[in-house]
Design a protein around this ligand. Structure first.
Ligand SMILES: Nc1ncnc2c1ncn2[C@@H]1O[C@H](COP(=O)(O)OP(=O)(O)OP(=O)(O)O)[C@@H](O)[C@H]1O
Ligand SMILES: [Mg+2]
Length: 264
């Protein structure tokens, strides 16, 4: 079971070619970070993964089936997508209705609905805000409401577009704990982020994009230590990696622990 992009491309109706020739495989339970500068094609690529966009070139398969043969609503049951901006996603007048929308739409019975809703609320820590209008909540909590509205589904792949934007340390800890729980349940997580600390802490695999294509895909230390990839995706070398290099410890360190282990 996997999401597979085979030479996938997408050109917007106005003629902007956002991505082309992208080949990627996201396996069950994997954690993958997608990085790259503004306009690199990250959001377009993940929208291809959940069928919000259908490729205009190549193909995208979810668990073996081409997204061209499924409706976006069908694909969304397997691949959940949390929007970059929660305001593009949230529409209900209160948090509880937002989270119950999908279970009601799918006509789940009460027991299943309650179980899934309670789990989503617990995973995202939004229990204190169920009666609030999402519009009245701080951006960070709105983000978790948007995540809960996706996690209530039975999706086995979750895509988070810039989840750490606007989160404080507490929000970040909550998010990291949530990702651990998802991993334990075998749910794959693909995250777009500009937050390199978050990548180092949480994602063993990194896909770097530039100019609508994938320029690197591999284990985090490999991608983050490649100067050419870093400069093409406009990522600053991690401070700790720079220190390791300055100390003559080579290019493989991405954490303080790595540096300590390398010191002779
Ligand atoms: N709705 C759209 N119509 C036309 N062009 C678009 C549209 N959305 C994105 N693009 C273009 O496609 C390219 C890739 O955009 P995309 O949003 O996928 O990049 P991104 O890597 O997610 O950027 P960011 O880091 O700013 O979110 C950009 O050149 C962008 O201008
Ligand atoms: Mg984007």
């Amino acid at each position: 079971m996997a999401i597979e992009l085979n030479g996938a491309g997408f050109t917007y109706p106005d003629g902007s070619r956002a991505v082309s020739g992208v080949s990627l495989r996201i396996a069950d339970g994997e954690r993958v970070a997608v990085v790259g500068q503004n306009g690199a094609g990250k959001t377009t690529t993940v929208k291809l993964m959940n069928g919000l966009l259908k490729p205009t070139g190549g193909e995208v398969r979810v668990d073996g089936v081409s997204t061209a043969e499924r409706t976006t609503a069908q694909i969304a049951r397997t691949v959940g997508y949390v929007f970059q901006n929660p305001d593009d996603q949230l529409f209900a007048a209160d948090v509880r209705s937002e989270i119950e929308y999908l279970p009601r739409y799918l006509r789940w019975d009460d027991a299943k609905r309650e179980e899934r809703v309670d789990r989503a609320i617990e995973l995202t820590g939004i229990g204190a805000h169920l009666e609030a209008n999402p519009k009245d909540l701080p951006a960070a909590i709105r983000k978790f409401v948007a995540i809960a509205a996706v996690l209530v589904s039975e999706c086995r792949y979750v895509i988070l577009d810039e989840p750490t934007a606007g989160l404080d340390q507490r929000g970040l800890s909550l998010l990291t704990a949530m990702l651990d729980r998802l991993e334990a349940e075998g749910i794959a997580v693909v995250t777009i982020t500009h937050d390199m600390r978050f990548v180092v802490d949480v994602f063993p695999r990194v896909v770097a994009m530039a100019d609508g294509g994938v320029i690197a895909d591999g284990p985090l230390p490999t991608v983050f230590c490649d100067d050419d990839v870093l400069s093409r995706s406009r990522i600053r070398r991690l401070e700790v990696a720079q220190i390791a290099r300055d100390l003559g410890l080579g290019d493989a360190a991405v954490s303080v622990e790595d540096v300590v282990a390398l010191i002779p």
